[in-house]
Design a protein. Structure first.
Length: 106
């Protein structure tokens, strides 16, 4: 299945717009990741553990969206948008939402 953030796919014709599809996930960060991220805040550098959580959240949301699109008979998703939000008490959890338009292309 082709997935793109653009509203069209070069060289492909959209023959049917099926509808909006989305995938969401909420991932909790544990106390150890918070502790090490706090240290990184002080001394500088990238937080590999948080980057991994972001990647996992993005991949899970996209995979869920793709499953819904396939169940609707789509072979592509266009106009994909990814949104990230912190939720929970003190922003302790990360929500990732992927949305797009399920289509059939030639």
């Amino acid at each position: 299945m082709l997935i793109t953030t653009t509203n069209s796919i070069e060289g492909k014709k959209v023959v049917k717009y099926i509808g909006l599809v989305s995938g969401e996930t909420i991932i909790g960060a544990n106390i150890f990741k918070d502790l090490f991220a706090g240290i990184r805040d002080i001394v500088g550098g990238r937080s590999g553990s948080y980057e991994q959580v972001l990647r996992e959240g993005k991949n899970t949301a996209i995979n869920e969206m793709q499953q819904y699109a396939a169940a609707m008979g789509a072979n592509a998703i266009i106009g994909v948008d990814l949104d990230y939000e912190t939720v929970g008490s003190g922003g302790s959890m990360l929500m990732v939402a992927a949305t797009g338009t399920a289509v059939i292309i030639e």
